[in-house]
Design a binder for this molecule. Structure first.
Ligand code: AMP
Ligand code: TRP
Length: 322
């Protein structure tokens, strides 16, 4: 199955990234799967160059620690495969300004700052290029990327209608639970790398004591009944989703096993710690060997370029470029 997905090196990976996306990638990896650290996307918001560089390696090491294996899939850094920026230009000349300004994420992020970058507007086109370059059939992502996936499909269909069948039309794939992990302190807001409250996000590399504290202090409600109900119990439902994702149950089935919030929280903390501890231990080893990370990235970029180059040339030629 041809698969592609990506993650921005814009901060430390959190439980939302892991459960919503990366854990699915690990399960789906195969020789036809491509996963990238999308450093070009991270330039759409202000970021220190040194920080971007460090976080790109951190993110690559985190993906390896989470279980992606370069012998089973292709793992690369987006900017090391120049076809991504080249394809993005071709697709900017297929996408319309109107459809880009309608993207929810663009509206949110551009609303937060004066003089936002043009890249913030064109970001979903770069993402469409990432996907279409590899003829991905499936794109495993969290819920917040659904709209960008729809746009990718629209762009691909428009291109194919106008210039001939060059692109595979991809579908987005979400996990059955935890496709949108919410902030533990503000369950109306999704868990994020940057905007969360200090206790709101669990990070991939958190120590067990920090994980335990954050889950114990997670906001719930005062009615005390363990029930899966996003309307009236968003905090608790978020915890149930996280639990269900880890154990492979449904959130409602997890809820049935508990009478008290405290017991649920203790068991959930133990489950999250058991899931993340091996990842953190592997990360420490991997991150300590920058030469190995660089070599994995170089090999990945090489493999990715072969596939991406072929699709880019077909697209460019279909549009009339020499
Ligand atoms: P990003 O960190 O924005 O590059 O996201 C990387 C992947 O994690 C994407 O597939 C997102 O949809 C997914 N993701 C990000 N935040 C969350 C969240 N709070 N819950 C579930 N998935 C998420
Ligand atoms: N836009 C995605 C995010 O912020 C990251 C991303 C970039 C991506 N290119 C992609 C995801 C291609 C899937 C496929 O999470």
């Amino acid at each position: 199955m041809r698969i592609l997905s990506g993650i921005q090196p814009s901060g430390t990976m959190h439980l939302g990234n892991y459960l919503g996306a990366v854990r699915q990638w690990v399960a789906a990896q195969n020789p036809e799967a491509f996963f990238c650290v999308v450093d070009l996307h991270a330039l759409t918001l202000e970021i220190e160059p040194s920080q971007l560089r460090t976080q790109t390696w951190d993110t690559l090491a985190s993906l390896l620690a989470a279980g992606l294996d370069p012998a089973q899939c292709t793992l690369f850094i987006q900017s090391q495969v120049p076809f991504h920026t080249q394809m993005s230009w071709l697709l900017e000349c297929v996408a319309s300004y109107g459809e880009l300004t309608r993207m929810t994420q663009f509206k949110e992020k551009s609303g937060r700052q004066e003089g936002y970058r043009v890249g913030l507007l064109t970001y979903p086109v770069l993402m469409a290029g990432d996907i279409l370059l590899y003829s991905a059939q499936q794109v495993p992502v969290g819920d917040d990327q659904r709209q960008h996936l729809e746009l990718t499909r629209d762009i691909a269909e428009r291109f194919n209608n106008r210039y001939g069948e060059v692109f595979t039309i991809p579908v987005g794939v979400q996990p059955p639970a935890a496709a949108r992990v919410m902030d533990l302190q503000e369950p109306s807001r999704k868990m994020s790398k940057s905007l969360s409250s200090p206790l709101g996000s669990i990070f991939l590399l958190d120590e067990p004591s920090a994980i335990e504290k954050k889950i114990k202090k997670a906001v719930t409600d005062t009615d005390g009944e363990v029930r899966y109900d996003w309307e009236t119990k968003p905090g608790l439902s978020n915890l149930l989703e996280i639990f269900a994702c880890i154990t492979g149950e449904t959130p409602a089935a997890v809820a049935e096993r508990y009478e008290r919030y405290g017991d649920l929280k203790s068991d959930l903390a133990a489950a999250v710690i058991a899931e993340l501890t091996p990842v953190r231990e592997r990360y420490d080893v991997l991150r300590a060997d920058p030469a190995q990370l660089a070599s994995i990235a170089a090999q990945g970029a090489d493999k990715a370029s072969q596939v991406a180059g072929e699709r880019y040339r077909l697209a460019a030629s279909a549009m009339g470029l020499i």
